[in-house]
Write a protein that binds this ligand. Structure first.
Ligand SMILES: [Fe+2]
Length: 165
């Protein structure tokens, strides 16, 4: 395997672990909101990212490359809301997509057809990742609107009551 591609694969597998840390930190924040379902959802996301890293690690080893694990910067642990965490997640996934696309570009440049075939899985996975967060953001926004709709009805029931003489 070309050294340039090996280095790029290492960079990405480390970024997948960094992604896992980001979602684990988000799960911790969401737990404080009492949203057990979303906490569990983010824990699954964390596990997914670790599995993405593992898939890269196994591939680098399979190709006779050398895995090089880095240290990681601290993830953000504080967020404004569930929606804030979800929007940051979507932006993060867009960055992952950009990096995977760049990795694919390098594989084409060095004419590594096996790597192109391997990376196609990540290209497809990123379409799903971005779609997952986009749909979840839409749903959270819809629930908010629905809640406001009910409150609006309740508040609308108030009638003028003249002051008793
Ligand atoms: Fe990932």
């Amino acid at each position: 395997m070309e050294k340039q591609l090996e280095a790029a694969l290492n960079e990405q597998l480390n970024f997948e672990i960094e992604s896992a840390h980001i979602y684990l930190a988000m799960a911790g924040y969401i737990a404080t909101l009492g949203l057990e379902g979303f906490e569990s959802w983010f824990m699954v996301q964390y596990e997914e990212e670790i599995s993405h890293a593992r898939k890269f690690i196994d591939y680098v080893n399979e190709r006779g490359g050398r895995v090089n694990i880095k240290g990681f910067i601290d993830p953000e642990n504080e967020f404004k809301s569930l929606l804030d965490a979800l929007e940051i997640s979507l932006n993060h996934e867009k960055e992952v997509t950009r990096r995977i696309n760049n990795l694919m570009r390098i594989a084409y440049e060095v004419h590594d057809y096996a790597a192109i075939s391997f990376l196609q899985w990540y290209i497809d996975e990123q379409v799903e990742e971005e779609d997952n967060f986009t749909k979840l953001i839409d749903k959270v926004k819809l629930v908010k609107d629905a809640g406001l709709y009910h409150l609006d009805k309740e508040v609308g029931l108030r009638v003028f009551v003249p002051i008793a003489k």
